[in-house]
Design a protein around this ligand. Structure first.
Ligand code: VAH
Length: 317
């Protein structure tokens, strides 16, 4: 049975990944960790450890204490926060990953690393961006993601660490909110639609980006980590996508459920510049060919599920 450590477990991905992993591998085999203690129950049925990934001793102690053999390393600053605090972002995103890879090397752990469409830049082909192409990101977030992909490849080739990763698009969920991301509008808009029937969007109406509903993102990570290594021609990191839309198109889909919903646009130049430097759409054929990637949620299904679950969560009508 796998024994797993999840770093950044209280974040947007981690909150749902821990639950999914505990359902699959039994709760006691999945250790949630973060640099803050869980104010709300991440999932009370399993172990939690305080782990700062920039502190190698804390990582090492957790891995040895629970005899971990797989690390899902989610602890990271997202794109907008990383632009506000580029030095902190380098330290956390790169310093944390380096220490995770070193602990994984010494303890023979597999490592999952979430890269991002942010690993691409304005000189990358923007439409149906290939798996193997130019990666010259212009954000600190993107620099740490490209460097992270390369470092994970190096640890696989040089030390035999089983590293695998995904280039996630924007992720949408109702369980834990994102924090400091450029695609956060695609989550905020649902809360605003239910609470206020209106939303002020910080990206322009025609900003087209790939997105994914969190259940698909969780499935992709777990499926990749369980894929037959003999089939993997790539490892760090696979393009994956599910849906592709603009704020205007997402608002129109929400209006099918809340007809009076309106959106106004007050563009944040920093996050607009970040979004404009990213691809409009990814080619995820390598993931489909090498480990049978197949998303389940399209825009219609995601919007319906988000609104249904948020209404319960927000105890709205
Ligand atoms: C961000 N949600 O906005 C993340 C993600 C593709 C976007 O990497 O920074």
């Amino acid at each position: 049975m796998k024994r797993i450590l999840v770093t950044g477990a209280l974040g947007q991905i981690g909150a749902e990944l821990v639950t999914a992993l505990r359902e699959r591998y039994e709760a006691d085999n999945v250790v949630a960790s973060d640099i803050r203690m869980p104010a709300r129950a991440v999932d009370p049925d399993g172990p939690f450890e305080y782990v700062d990934c920039t502190e190698r001793r804390q990582l090492d102690e957790a891995v040895r204490k629970y005899q971990v053999d797989s690390i899902y390393h989610l602890a990271s600053l997202l794109s907008a926060t990383a632009e506000e605090k580029p030095h902190v972002a380098w330290n956390v995103n790169m310093g944390g990953l380096y220490r995770v890879l070193e602990v994984a090397r010494e303890n023979r752990c597999a490592v999952f690393f979430p890269s991002s469409i942010g690993a691409f830049g304005p000189s990358t082909p923007p439409h149906k961006t290939p798996q193997d192409t130019l990666q010259r990101p212009t954000t600190m977030y993107g620099v740490t993601k490209v460097a992270g992909e390369l470092l994970c490849d190096y640890y696989y080739r040089r030390f035999g660490v089983d590293t695998r990763g995904l280039r996630y698009p924007g992720l949408i969920s109702y369980v834990a909110p994102p924090g400091g991301g450029t695609t956060d509008y695609a989550v905020e808009i649902f809360y605003a639609a239910i609470r206020n029937r209106r939303y002020i969007c910080f990206l322009g109406p025609h900003t087209c980006l790939d997105m994914m509903y969190m259940p698909d993102a969780i499935k992709a990570a777990i499926d990749l980590m369980n894929a037959d290594p003999a089939r993997l021609r790539h490892r760090n990191a696979f393009n994956v996508t599910a849906v592709n839309f603009t704020p205007e198109q997402l608002a129109a889909e929400i209006r099918k459920h809340i007809p009076e919903f309106t959106v106004e646009y007050e563009v944040d130049p920093v996050r607009q510049a970040i979004a404009d430097s990213w691809p409009n759409s990814l080619d995820d054929s390598a993931a489909r060919d090498e480990w049978d990637w197949q998303p389940e949620y399209d825009l219609e299904a995601m919007t319906r599920d988000m609104l249904e679950n948020l209404r319960v969560k927000l105890k709205a009508g």
